[in-house]
Design a protein around this ligand. Structure first.
Ligand code: NAP
Length: 310
């Protein structure tokens, strides 16, 4: 089934990148079609207070910010489909995006599907997901009041999340696979000063153990020797993100980590007429404000490109 129309622009993804692209494209009268996903808004829907998005002196709740962006995009004429894009076909001049059994067509596409938290892929991780295993301390920390938790990772997220968790938990282990963190010095210092945090260096979690909920973690050191199990009530993963490029296989050039490569240093991908914005391209900054900025850039690049094709 086709919706019988060749749109000027389809945007896939509705985090800050996709929604900012929609606001700009809609205001440029491109009447964009936004494939927002079943759960719109991206990762900020899973956060609480966002204090570093410019313009909000006292911060803003993540879901509130995303709801406002969506309303702003719709106000200027963005058409929204609250479903996931299942497949794309970018081989012809008319780009095709498939949502369930509907084929949507457009002259141009902006890819803004973001990224997802990386998992360890160890026994028990999936089984206890939501019952002690979490990828979002800001969402779940309050469930661990006076409990013992572990955070896995050594980047800024691991520092931030473990420090945040100490507001609730009685003890926080930070388990890192090397003997130094990659996080910024300021964040490391905050962690080292916190008496509730104990770092377990050169160690990896090999299994999440529990019955109804998580009760302990099995660990091994860097040489593969098993260490003593640690008793915990929860494990938080802060080991980076994987770009959501699954539906793009064979259609767009990706780098060795799976992020989309831009061809002009801006927002053009390897496929003419297909542009990119946000975390699906950016593994350095990964901020709401940088994603929004790139959404704006992509919409402006699309507008110019469509104009050049007339
Ligand atoms: P990251 O910097 O990529 O760090 C991921 C960490 O997880 C690394 O320490 C890595 O270990 C570890 N890791 C990766 N895969 C692993 C595995 N399979 N098993 C065990 N450990 C694993 O990710 P991030 O901390 O989410 O930060 C992402 C970006 O967002 C960064 O640019 C960061 O600066 C930014 N950020 C900024 C703030 C802030 O400024 N407030 C807060 C959060 C994030 P290795 O070190 O050994 O590779």
């Amino acid at each position: 089934m086709s919706d019988q129309k060749v749109h000027e622009l389809i945007i896939i993804g509705s985090g800050p990148a996709g929604l900012t692209a929609a606001i700009y494209a809609a205001r440029a009268d491109l009447k964009p079609l936004l494939i927002a996903g079943i759960k719109f808004g991206g990762q900020l829907m899973d956060t609480t207070l966002v204090e570093n998005y410019p313009g909000f002196i006292d911060g803003v709740m993540g879901p509130e910010l995303m709801n406002s962006m969506m309303k702003q995009a719709e106000r200027f004429g963005t058409e929204v489909v609250y479903k996931n894009a299942d497949k794309v076909d970018f081989t012809g001049d008319v780009k095709k995006v498939y949502v369930e059994d509907t084929e949507y067509q457009a002259k141009s596409v902006i890819l803004a599907m973001g990224s997802s938290p990386r998992r360890l892929n160890i026994p028990g991780e999936q089984e206890f997901y939501g019952r002690g295993v979490s990828t979002c301390a800001t969402c779940d920390a309050a469930f661990y009041r006076d409990k013992i938790v572990a955070v896995v990772g050594g980047g800024d997220s691991a520092m931030e999340e473990s420090t945040f968790l100490t507001k609730f938990a009685s003890k926080v282990y930070v388990i890192h696979r090397r003997d130094e963190f990659r996080a910024s010095k300021a964040m490391q210092n905050r962690l080292f000063e916190n008496k509730k945090i104990e770092v377990i260096w050169n160690a990896e979690v090999t299994e999440v153990v529990g019955s109804e909920v998580v009760t302990s973690l099995k660990l091994q050191d860097n040489n593969g020797n098993s260490l003593d199990d640690i008793t915990v009530d929860g494990m938080f993963l802060a080991i980076g993100h994987i770009p959501n490029t699954q539906i793009l296989e064979g259609q767009i050039e990706l780098d060795e980590q799976g992020f989309i490569i831009v061809k002009d240093g801006r927002t053009k991908t390897s496929n003419e007429g297909v542009f990119v914005a946000g975390d699906i391209k950016d593994h350095v900054y990964q901020q709401a404000v940088t994603a929004a900025g790139m959404g704006c850039m992509a919409a402006m690049d699309v507008e110019k490109w469509l104009e050049s094709k007339k």
